[in-house]
Structure formats: C-alpha cells, structure tokens
Design a protein around this ligand. Sequence first.
Ligand code: ADP
Length: 263
Amino acid sequence: RGDSAEPVIPFAQPGSLTRVYAVASGKGGVGKSTVTVNLAAALAARGLSVGVLDADIYGHSVPRMLGTEQRPTQVERMIMPPVAHEVKVISIAMFTQGNTPVVWRGPMLHRALQQFLADVFWGDLDILLLDLPPGTGDVAISIAQLIPNAEILVVTTPQPAAAEVAERAGAIALQTRQRIAGVVENMSWLDLPDGTRMDLYGTGGGQSVADRLSRAVGAPVPLLGQIPIEQPLREAGDEGTPLVLRDPENPAARALREIADKL
Ligand code: ADP
C-alpha cells in the first residue's frame, strides 16, 4: 500500500462482526473508566474476545485499572497490544514517557486514534470498548468519523447537573447519526451498615438522561443499570484487578455484570 493511502480500520468495514462501544460522559470523575474496564473484564470472562482502547488521552487510567505496565511490542508494521485479564488493551499512556502530560491537538489526536485502530493487531474481536475523554470534544468527533458504526454508552451520576452534561455528550450522537446503546448510572447510592440507603448524589439522573436522549433520537434509549458506591470498586481499580473478577458478588460488580449481559 502507498503511504498516502488512508489506513484501513477493520472495525469500520462493512460486514465487520465487532461491536464497538464508545463510552462517553459529560464530565470527568463519574466512573467512565471504571465502568469501561469492568465491562471489558466481565465480557472477556464470558469467553468473548474483547479489546479496550483508552482514548481518554488526558485521564488514561485504563492500564492502571487493568493492572498492566506492559508496553506494546512491534511486529513488522503491526503493534501487538498487551493483554491484561484476557483483555487486549492499548492506551496513549503506553507511548509516553513516565507521567509526562499529553498536550495533543485535534489533528494529531485524530492520527493517533486512526493508528491505534488500524495498526494495532486486535485480531477478531467480538467487542471493542473505547474509553473517550469526558465532554464533547475532538476525540468523539474523530471516533464518529473513523468508526461510524460505533455505538455510544453514556455514563452519568444521579445528580441533575451531571445528567445535563451527560445528555449533551449523548446528543452528539444525533449529529453523527450514531446509535446510543444506553445509559449507565454510576454512584447511584451508598448502602450503609445499618441497612439504610443513602442517595449521596441525588436520584434520577440516569433515567432522565435516558428519557431525554430517547426523545432526542426518536428511539428508545435504555437505562442499562445503576451501580452503587462501593469502596471495593475503587480499591479494585487502584489495585489493577477489576471488581467483577475480584469479587463478582459485590453489589457494584453484580450491577456491572448485568450491564455487560445487555451489551
Ligand atoms: P472517569 O473515568 O469518569 O474520570 P474513574 O473511573 O477514573 O472516572 O473514577 C473516578 C474515581 O471514582 C476512581 O477512583 C474510581 O475508583 C472511583 N469510582 C468510580 N465509580 C465508583 C463507585 N461506584 N464506587 C466507588 N468508587 C467509584
């Protein structure tokens, strides 16, 4: 092939059997990466072939959450991704030195994403999850151009302010004509030792995003699940073993596994 030719992205070809989910959120810190790695691990544990592309170039916490410090290797023109917990994973963090912040502009980002999608040896994936940066930025637009058949998964917390920005993140799917696979509400409540439930961040955000996106796209957008606040979920992320593997019966892990079953 000539070097001027556009790289071929296997997932964007007609007849591709890989389902691609772009995990989006309105703002940072709502648990988008946590949801991404746990869904990936849960799907891989079911025997599916799963890849995660960490496209959150500012956050890039996916390698840590999957417990890998491996770098990709290169075999001829292909980049071989590290495998962690049966999940193939590529992150921009793997191509930077130490903790150097990445200050990339739109066109460079687009090129990097294109390369990650075209030149990484993903093999025959059943599912590819993309961890998008928060908001409605360049990466979401690039993904829509590079993989128009990618479906959007919106992660939000229950409070109205977060729900509003999450809805905006979902609404770009309207412009790009991408399908919205559903909404995941995270940090939905905290179960206290005395058996009561505390709505730390309010209630209703997930359902309200799902309803409003349904109206906007004129098709049902389901609320796929609600994930409680669980300290073990945070600890598992810090330690690099997704909670769905470490403690599958934890309430947050159960919620995540049920969401994975709906994908
Ligand atoms: P984002 O990708 O949206 O920026 P992260 O997935 O990095 O968010 O999550 C932010 C922090 O919150 C992390 O420390 C993570 O472990 C923690 N966290 C996420 N969801 C939960 C939850 N349901 N319960 C407890 N901690 C959570």
